[in-house]
Design a protein around this ligand. Structure first.
Ligand SMILES: Nc1ncnc2c1ncn2[C@@H]1O[C@H](COP(=O)(O)OP(=O)(O)O)[C@@H](O)[C@H]1O
Ligand SMILES: [Mg+2]
Length: 326
């Protein structure tokens, strides 16, 4: 407990890692409060897996202070390992074994009594909708089923903190949604902390309490999805008016030029685009102003930039529209 607040589940300060000359993490800071979902968002090669591997004790950082589950990652590796579960970018499922056998094996690795492992395996198969497939070899599973089994295996040992490295990359949209629901369930029902990496803005948007954008070894932005969206220009409020008088009055009152499209048909485009961060506060100020001037608004739409706009603005490159081949 620090100042009455609980210590964060994960924290990193000045985290650095190079492979030879190649600087992969150039001093990143991360704080993840307990019971929240934190998403590290970045394109291929950004350093996501490297970060997960450091935080989960698989590789050593060159520099930085990292604590996970209240333990120092460098000096208390065993304690950190007891607190966490990791689903790697590439499946840990043994394809020659059945789903059930994979789960029991995980229990064995954690020295659980056999009876306990068997009970847990049955529970997890049920929870991840794998009861029917449970006694078939994992080699026969679909991509979605394999990921579900992978996630189930991560839960053996009841970790408080879970690392998910690109948990839905390569999955079809429906399987992706199933995984999202499962992850959300973990947070809601078990109060676990989730550290999730993804290339998908939508995934971060759907799941994460906070999102950090990783680019070339640095965190170039951090915040809630809404906060990130407000960082980029292009947001505006579109106002629709009944006639030109109202449009011009609003244009004068708000100091925004009306752009009348002078085409040949008679129905003028009676809309005004007012630059805005899309926040409720700015919307209220705008409407108050129009109210004060007694200008009637027919219709209104708020356009906030989406995370794709954010990503493009921050990193100069679009996110992966294509599926990556794993
Ligand atoms: N063991 C390693 N040796 C050398 N370079 C590595 C190693 N692991 C990762 N890299 C490099 O570090 C960069 C970041 O990799 P990674 O963390 O896997 O990115 P991401 O998971 O975001 O795609 C890449 O350029 C990758 O080639
Ligand atoms: Mg990776």
């Amino acid at each position: 407990m620090v100042n009455g607040h609980r210590a964060p589940a994960i924290s990193a300060l000045g985290l650095r890692k190079s492979f030879g000359e190649h600087v992969v993490l150039d001093g990143i800071d991360i704080t993840v409060p307990e019971g929240t979902v934190y998403s590290l968002l970045g394109p291929n090669g950004a350093g996501k897996t490297t970060t997960v591997q450091i935080l989960s004790t698989l590789i050593h950082a060159d520099d930085g202070e990292t604590r996970v589950g209240g333990h120092d990652v460098e000096s208390e590796r065993d304690a950190v390992r007891k607190a966490i579960g990791v689903t790697g970018q590439f499946s840990a499922v043994d394809e020659l074994l059945t789903g059930r056998e994979n789960l029991i094996l995980m229990g064995d690795l954690q020295h659980l009594p056999r009876r306990e492992s068997k009970r847990l395996a049955a529970d997890l198969l049920a929870r991840f909708d794998l009861v029917e497939a449970g006694d078939k070899p994992a080699s026969t599973y679909s991509g979605g089923m394999t990921r579900r089994l992978d996630l189930a295996m991560t839960l053996v040992g009841d970790p408080r903190i879970i690392f998910l490295d690109e948990p839905t990359t390569g999955l079809d949209p429906r399987s992706r949604r199933v995984i999202w629901d499962l992850i959300r369930g973990l947070v809601d029902d078990y109060n676990v902390t989730v550290f999730l990496t993804t290339q998908y803005l939508e995934e971060a948007d759907q799941l994460a309490d906070r999102i950090a954008v990783l680019d070339h070894g640095r965190i170039v932005a951090e915040g809630t999805a809404a906060e990130l969206k407000r960082l980029v220009p292009g947001g505006h409020i579109r106002l629709q008016f009944a006639d030109r008088t109202a449009l011009f009055a609003a244009s004068a009152a708000l100091g925004v030029a009306a752009q009348l499209v002078d085409d040949d048909d008679d129905d003028d485009d009676l809309t005004l685009a007012v630059p805005s961060d899309g926040s409720v506060k700015s919307l209220r100020a705008l409407l108050d102003r129009l109210d004060y001037e007694q200008i009637e608004v027919e219709g209104l739409a708020v356009h906030t930039p989406n995370l794709d706009d954010v990503f493009l603005t921050l990193t100069g490159q679009p996110t992966s529209e294509k599926e990556t081949v794993a």
